[in-house]
Design a protein around this ligand. Structure first.
Ligand code: MN
Length: 287
């Protein structure tokens, strides 16, 4: 099942070049009172909603994807967990190009661990990326993103993938420089998620997916998730020792080689097997 959030917070079931507007099923979500839970209610209730979505789809309005504004597939993630330098080919290029690591030594992921990005940096594919530091290098990083479906604490890698509800494409945008990753990668619009999410049953093995990114049609990144240094199931096991993963939490698995700068006017095309593709425009932030 491919689910998107679109236009004014509507819910769509994506089929080919159109979607079926199944927004009505959101009425089945439980009502909450303040303080609201730090979870995403759509993801948390996905199993309950699934038959309702299929039922609603039978009579739903068809909307061509071409005119749709894609919002991030997760509205309220509690946190964004991310893996630094998690492909050997990206490690090698960062070692070769001091600009990528800002002249610092790369600390291996096994040593430095995972990092968090601010949830306020999340946008959908249609929003576009806004650059603030126009005098510095702003890089694209395509990443396979897993969306956690149920609370995960001290899980074992053998069954860690059971905790994934769905997958989407992610751009972990990055301004290169001396600051902590959590600052450089948490600028507004620097976490692009989309264009929709694909439920885990349709993805199967997440460790065998091609990722391809182009900028203005020029090839930049091309690799396969089989080359992750620390596999998704191990990332989830590791993270869940430190923080309980909650429904809606976003897991960015790391980017392969080929990272490079973008400037205002560029169009990024990011695609991952069995998910789809998204086109993301880059512009300067208006002051
Ligand atoms: Mn990254």
């Amino acid at each position: 099942m491919k689910l998107c959030r679109f236009n004014d917070n509507r819910l769509g079931l994506v089929e080919g070049d159109h979607l079926l507007d199944v927004t009505s099923v959101l009425d089945a979500l439980p009502a909450y009172k303040y303080p609201l839970p730090r979870t995403d209610q759509l993801i948390e209730n996905l199993d309950m909603l699934r038959p309702k979505i299929l039922e609603a789809a039978k009579t739903a309005k068809k909307v061509p994807l071409a005119g749709v504004t894609f919002l991030p597939p997760v509205a309220n993630p509690g946190k964004v967990v991310a893996a630094p330098v998690n492909y050997q080919a990206h490690y090698d290029e960062a070692e070769f190009d001091p600009e990528i690591r800002h002249g610092k030594e790369i600390v291996k992921i096994q040593t430095i661990g995972l990092f968090l990005k601010a949830t306020s940096s999340i946008v959908g594919a249609s929003h576009g990326v806004e650059l603030v530091h126009l005098d510095r290098r702003n890089d694209h990083e395509i990443e396979l993103v897993a969306i956690i479906g149920k609370p995960a604490r001290n899980v074992k890698k053998e069954n860690a993938l059971d905790y994934v509800a769905s997958y989407c494409i992610g751009l972990d945008m990055t301004v290169r420089g001396a600051e902590e990753r959590s600052m450089r990668k948490s600028i507004d619009t620097f976490t692009v998620l989309g264009p929709w999410m694909v439920t885990a049953d349709e993805i199967g093995d997440p460790h065998d997916l091609d990722l391809v990114l182009t900028v203005n049609g020029q090839p930049r990144q091309s690799n396969n998730t089989k080359n992750l240094i620390i596999k998704l199931r191990e990332l989830i096991e590791w993270a869940s020792i430190y923080y309980t993963l909650q429904p809606g939490d976003v897991f960015m698995t790391g980017t392969p080689d080929g990272v490079g700068p973008v400037v205002p006017g560029d169009v990024i095309d990011a695609r991952i097997d069995r998910i789809g593709s998204m086109q993301v425009k880059v512009r300067a932030r208006k002051v």
